[in-house]
Design a protein around this ligand. Structure first.
Ligand code: ADP
Length: 404
């Protein structure tokens, strides 16, 4: 059986999935695993297709000091114990820079190019590249594909790609890239099946997870995003503030004497729902809390989604549908209801029962704008791109690539 390994690495964990390539070219997830607690309390956990446990083992810190070591251990487990030898590996890479508008087959030249973007995404890019380098060294002939979170947004017009800053900064890469591109691409490619009439129209997709953003789709292409240069901008997130006046950052540096790394730690780890509530970064815990600041954090989250929806509707010059996805978007009926209240001026009305059931279409028959809940699957998107590049030498443009 041909299989594809999908890898998603961040500073403290590696998530991986194995997809089998079926006879008709479709991809089926066979295994899902993660190595958590890298450099802290490393632990490998994996489940098979039906959710049955395949592994749960702890490792000493010194055995898994970094992401590359975690990749080596996961790889050895897959190969030596499960006898899985993937025909290719697809990687989630956060930054493709200004030029990459689609996935690429990796070689040493590509790795060198992607290393240049470490400065643009210092928290994630090095960890995305570490497993790529280790596989390139250990399995030099095994095809690897880099799939970028930024690529789907490279269709933005100049006005959506710029900040009003000196041109030299734009030229060196200070641009509004946008992120969560693989999630939005998955939704855009599935909308024609879910709702053919609106798939060609103007759609706002709200990717609401611990990390959150919204994307304006016109005819299935991204024209605007709430995220920009980094994954800090736009909506409030679990522990990131979302849109903030840069004057606040200047105040932290000049008046509070904070270093760049202290400001970075604050902006990535102490703000958002966590900072505002003082309770938790986790929406489930906020919803269960009686604390008034937890309530304020939820109010702020819904309010900012409403404000940003207004901005994206202006970019689209109208709105034909609204889509919720990711952890909060797919699972929290009450947050969806709160967001719908913010969108009432657009004629959005939810069907209370369908919303509570997490149905795919949750708006009422009298709603002027249909509202959908669609599960995103970035792993499957990466596996599809990887297979398509392997078979055709170009990234997928169809929903189900076929092996010819
Ligand atoms: P990420 O991939 O960015 O880490 P996820 O898409 O997994 O994030 O979403 C995580 C968020 O989803 C958390 O805030 C979590 O509390 C929230 N979430 C998951 N299930 C529910 C639920 N049933 N109700 C409310 N929030 C939920």
């Amino acid at each position: 059986m041909d299989t594809i390994l999908v890898v998603n690495a961040d500073p403290s964990s590696i998530k991986f999935q194995i997809y089998s390539v079926e006879g008709d070219g479709r991809l089926r997830q066979q295994l899902k695993g993660r190595m958590d607690g890298i450099g802290n309390r490393p632990r490998l956990r994996a489940n098979g297709a039906g959710g049955y446990p395949l592994a749960d083992r702890a490792y000493p810190i010194e055995a898994v000091p970094d992401v590359a070591a975690a990749m080596d251990i996961a790889n050895a487990w897959l190969r030596d114990e499960l006898r899985i030898h993937p025909i290719a590996i697809g990687h989630r890479v956060v930054h493709g820079g200004p030029d990459h508008d689609s996935p690429v087959l990796i070689d040493h030249g590509v790795v060198a190019r992607l290393e240049r973007f470490i400065a643009l995404a210092p928290l994630h890019q090095p960890h995305n590249l570490a497993p790529i380098r280790s596989i390139l060294a250990n399995f030099p002939t095994l095809p690897q594909v880099a799939c970028f979170d930024t690529a789907f947004h490279r269709t933005h017009a100049a006005v959506a790609d710029h900040y009003a800053i000196p041109r030299r900064l734009y030229v060196e890469g200070v641009r509004r890239y946008g992120f969560h591109g693989l999630s939005y691409e998955y939704i855009a490619k599935n909308l024609p099946r879910i709702a053919p009439k609106i798939a060609t129209g103007r759609v706002i997709v709200a990717h609401l997870g611990s990390s959150a953003s919204m994307c304006a789709l016109s005819g299935g292409r991204s024209i605007e995003s709430t995220m920009g240069f980094s994954a800090l901008d736009g909506l409030p997130m679990g522990s990131r503030p979302g849109q903030i006046d840069p004057g606040v950052v200047l105040y932290l540096i000049s008046e509070k004497g904070m270093s760049a790394s202290k400001v970075q730690d604050l902006l990535y780890g102490e703000c958002g729902l966590k900072g505002l509530s003082g309770v938790s970064s986790d929406m489930r815990e906020l919803e269960a809390s009686e604390d008034t600041n937890a309530k304020l954090a939820i109010d702020y989250f819904a309010y900012r989604i409403g404000l940003n929806a207004g901005m994206l509707a202006a970019a689209l010059q109208g709105l034909d549908a609204f889509v919720f996805t990711a952890g909060i978007g797919e699972n929290s009926a009450s947050i969806r209801a709160r967001v719908a209240e913010q969108l009432a001026w657009l004629g959005v009305k939810l069907d209370v029962a369908e919303n509570a059931r997490h149905s795919q279409l949750i708006s009422s028959s009298t709603s002027l704008i249909p509202v959908y809940v669609v599960s995103s699957d970035e792993g499957l998107m990466i596996a599809r791109h990887t297979l398509a590049l392997l078979m055709n030498g170009s990234a997928t443009s169809s929903v189900h690539p076929r092996v010819s």
